[in-house]
Write a protein that binds this ligand. Structure first.
Ligand SMILES: [Zn+2]
Length: 322
């Protein structure tokens, strides 16, 4: 085969979500190939998630590449990740995902460089690439999915913080809120500014209305406006602190049909400091898609390979060209 087969010049990128796992081979042009979507429960809800992930990866490679190794493997987790990006620290409501040194484990088992990161960081990498956002400067991503996801890029580097847990905007404490968050605290903004809350509020407020019809029909309802306001409080807080070049908005709720983008943008401008940053906030919208997390994980791996990740990378590259 003249192009050397499917792993020639490809990294294996895996995006583990709360319900689904997506895997694909990402080439240097950031296109994904042989993407598979399976339930993620057999990885998350088991005694030994590392072994379960390795079993899936081995199986995938057997099916898709005849067992040939990729140049690297890169995995996004719905979890916090250590500052050195080697260990999954914790995931809300997933007991098995505690202090897993999974990058070292995968590297040893597969013999190729392994990288891991938080899932939203992978999505921001994808979005900055697909929306042609320059790496220079500060870019933030705010993703209203099940939770309120957040990622911050500074000159192309994801901000990780002292413990690796920077960018947890969903856990912005708001005095006066009474719901208990998945993190254990009371009053995190995510308890009222997330897809989980929106779905619960919508089924309570608009019984009988299909979820997909709520935003198109009721985008001016007080309960919907209140929800948007809380999302805007979170975004405006981050905008005030970081004065970003670009705010990327995405996630299932924001990308849903009928989502009132103008209302949310106006709320953020109203809440942000005057005159700047309020008067000049650039909003862009994630194109999302099923492959965003996979491609983002692929970009992360390719960036690392280009930066001369490790001798193993060179060896693997040499082997794939032999
Ligand atoms: Zn919280």
């Amino acid at each position: 085969m003249s192009d050397g087969g499917p792993t020639q010049g490809a990294v294996l990128a895996v995006d583990i979500g709360g319900t689904h796992l997506r895997a694909g081979l990402v080439r240097e042009d950031f296109t994904a190939h042989q993407v598979e979507i399976v339930s993620s429960l057999h990885i998350l809800e088991v005694e030994d998630p590392s072994a379960a992930l390795l079993a899936f990866v081995t199986d995938y490679l057997g099916r898709c590449t005849g067992g040939a190794p990729p140049l690297a493997i890169s995995v996004g987790f719905p979890a916090t990740v250590s500052r050195d990006r080697r260990t999954v620290l914790s995931a809300t409501n997933i007991r098995s995902m505690q202090n897993l040194p999974i990058a070292d484990f995968l590297e040893a088992a597969l013999g190729v460089p392994a990288l891991i990161d938080r899932d939203v960081n992978m999505v921001l990498r994808h979005d900055m690439n697909s929306l042609h956002v320059p790496r220079q400067g500060v870019t933030v991503g705010c993703y209203v999915g099940t939770g309120l996801g957040n990622a911050i890029s500074i000159n192309g580097e994801i901000l990780v913080g002292r413990h690796g847990v920077a960018g947890e905007l969903g856990h912005l404490p708001v005095h006066g809120l009474s719901l208990v968050c998945g993190c254990g605290n009371t009053g995190c903004i995510e308890t009222v500014a997330s897809g989980k809350y929106f779905a619960e509020m919508a089924s309570r407020t608009f019984p009988g209305t299909p979820m997909g019809d709520v935003l198109p029909r009721y985008s001016n309802h007080p309960k919907v406006l209140e929800f948007l306001r809380y999302v805007a409080v979170a975004i405006a807080s981050e905008v005030n602190i970081l004065d970003p070049e670009v705010v990327i908005l995405g996630g299932g709720v924001v990308q849903a049909h009928g989502f009132p983008r103008e209302t949310l943008e106006a709320d953020v401008r109203e809440l942000a400091r005057k005159p700047y940053p309020s008067e000049d906030i650039t909003f862009l919208y994630s194109k999302g898609g099923q492959q965003a997390g996979v491609i983002g994980a692929g970009i992360y791996a390719w960036d690392a390979l280009h930066a001369g990740l490790s001798p193993a990378a060179a060896a693997s590259l040499a082997a794939s060209r032999a």
